[in-house]
Design a protein around this ligand. Structure first.
Ligand code: GAP
Length: 491
């Protein structure tokens, strides 16, 4: 996503810079090793970021493993036997086209360079999809049209376009020879394929069934920009669904529908999503679509849905010499190598997408009054890093103690925050900015046995800013119901 940010006329629109700044300011994401000038392409997830990321992961896990009876989980190792990556095709084919400027030595991804150029000059597009261009065609196009994005030289002096393998490799143990070569996995799914037989046998799985997995993957990306969108270390949420040959097309359609519906369920409006069909397929694929989201820098991929045929299992069968076929007892003991439909989502890209979609600078001034903007994240309460903030109206008169007691009551069921500093209005704004859907305020009436509001608190809703008085002994179930009945906010 090396495109320039969309031209933003509205000063209150969401931009990537605003998201980066909010993430840093409020503890969602920091630059890794910032005290040493930062590690390019690496990011640390702060106190709010870890909860937010985990909530997205849990939502995905619930959707895939809990709500689908035929999907089970796995957590395979990052280090797999090096032959795994020869069999999968990653040693031979997992590369991006790169080109160097010979004037400043900057290295670029050739396809992305053309993509950026076309985004800025739509009338100068090459006559074919970029992902179908040969190295020579890319080279010609870049040399004819594109100034180096780093040194801006108009000489257009470049090396030839060549392939760059994206896998990180190292050696296990003290001996650095080929027999100790080991790769950091570039995708999580190969562990699912190599464990296929074990899963069938240990859990008596019957085809069709799926295996879900979340974990870190590593790619030696040539370019990493646009914050956490493209990094060298990232997390994938992948599911491999094994089906009978001949049923792969209907299975592919069903998973495409399911994955699309997931994003709507968690508040992404349909108009913000778009399918991208692959013109050029990966070495393993029969068909492939991406779900793309309208980021502030344009529509970009968040998830790939791939029809992988029996490529992976057959390759592992060939390289390991272990039988990867399945005996279908429900079809007269027919023996076959199952076909695979894959759904592969980026957790970090989901993180960025949900933040961008939730972000709003909202004018909350009453009619006739000067503009007054609050920054608010309209996150689904199931994803928000803090679910309930407990706010005593003031520290004194026993309100702080009562608020702590109430926070203790809520902690068992929700992630809570306690905040006593500043005016109540300022505290609401701080919670709005990190997407806390409910603020519970404790005031004098809460403690006053003579008041009709004795033993009640105020619940303030983030999106509407409306408030409701709720009995203390009904507070937990009130918030649980509000989470269940939450309707995505429409901007
Ligand atoms: N197993 C198939 C596979 O890995 P992919 O399209 O290369 O397919 C799937 O990756 C998803 O992983 C992408 O849709 C994206 O969300 C995420 N992803 C891939 N490379 C990434 C990177 N360098 N940084 C962050 N996320 C990445």
């Amino acid at each position: 996503m090396a495109k320039k940010e969309k031209a933003v006329a509205d000063p209150h629109a969401c931009t990537l810079d605003k998201i980066i700044s909010l993430c840093k300011r409020r503890g969602f994401v920091y630059q890794a090793s910032e005290i040493y000038g930062g590690q390019a392409g690496a990011w640390d997830y702060g106190p709010l970021g870890v909860d937010f990321k985990r909530n997205i992961q849990n939502a995905w896990w619930k959707e895939m493993a809990q709500l689908h009876d035929d999907v089970v989980g796995l957590d395979s190792a990052i280090f797999q036997h090096h032959t795994t990556w020869e069999a999968s095709g990653h040693v031979g084919h997992f590369s991006d086209p790169m080109i160097d400027c010979t004037e400043c030595q900057a290295r670029h991804r050739a396809d992305k360079m053309i993509e950026d150029y076309v985004a800025a000059n739509p009338d100068k597009a090459p006559g074919k999809p970029i992902d179908t261009m040969s190295h020579e065609e890319m080279q010609d196009f870049i040399t004819t049209n594109i100034d180096c994005p780093v040194c801006h030289s108009k000489e257009h002096k470049y090396t030839a376009v060549r392939e760059f393998n994206l896998m990180f490799k190292t050696y296990q143990g003290p001996v650095a020879d080929d027999s100790h070569l080991i790769y950091l996995r570039p995708e999580t799914c190969q562990g699912i394929f190599t464990d296929f037989k074990s899963i069938v046998q240990s859990n008596r799985m019957k085809v069709p069934f799926g295996v879900a997995q979340v974990g870190k993957s590593f790619r030696n990306e040539i370019i990493f920009k646009n914050f956490i969108f493209r990094t060298c270390e990232f997390e994938q949420m992948e599911m491999e669904y094994f089906c009978k040959p001949g049923t792969e097309d209907e299975t592919f359609d069903r998973w495409r529908k399911d994955r699309w519906a997931f994003y709507l369920k968690y508040g992404i409006p349909e108009k913000q999503l778009k399918w991208h069909h692959h013109d050029k397929l990966a070495h393993y694929a029969k068909d492939a679509y991406d779900i793309t989201y309208n980021f502030p820098i344009g529509f970009e991929e968040i998830e790939g849905i791939h029809s992988r045929t029996d490529f992976d299992l057959s390759q592992h069968q060939q390289y390991s010499k272990k039988d990867m076929s399945y005996i279908d007892q429900e079809d007269g003991n027919k023996k076959y190598v199952p076909y695979v439909i894959e759904t592969s989502a980026g957790l970090n890209r989901n993180f960025l997408m949900f933040l961008c979609e939730a972000y709003e600078e909202q004018n909350v001034a009453k009619e006739g009054e000067p503009e007054d903007y609050r920054t608010v994240l309209h996150l689904d309460p199931r994803l928000a890093p803090i679910t309930v903030a407990v706010l005593p109206l003031m520290k004194k008169d026993g309100l702080a103690e009562k608020a702590k007691e109430i926070q203790h009551l809520l902690k068992e069921d929700f992630v809570t925050d306690y905040d006593v500093s500043g005016t109540i209005g300022k505290r609401y704004r701080r919670q709005d900015e990190v997407g806390t859907p409910f603020c519970v305020t404790i005031d004098h009436d809460t403690l006053d046995s003579a008041s009709p509001n004795f033993n009640t608190v105020t619940v303030r809703f983030r999106d509407s800013m409306e408030q409701e008085r709720v009995k203390l002994d009904e507070l937990v179930s009130f918030i649980q119901k509000a989470i269940k009945s939450y309707k995505p906010y429409v901007k």
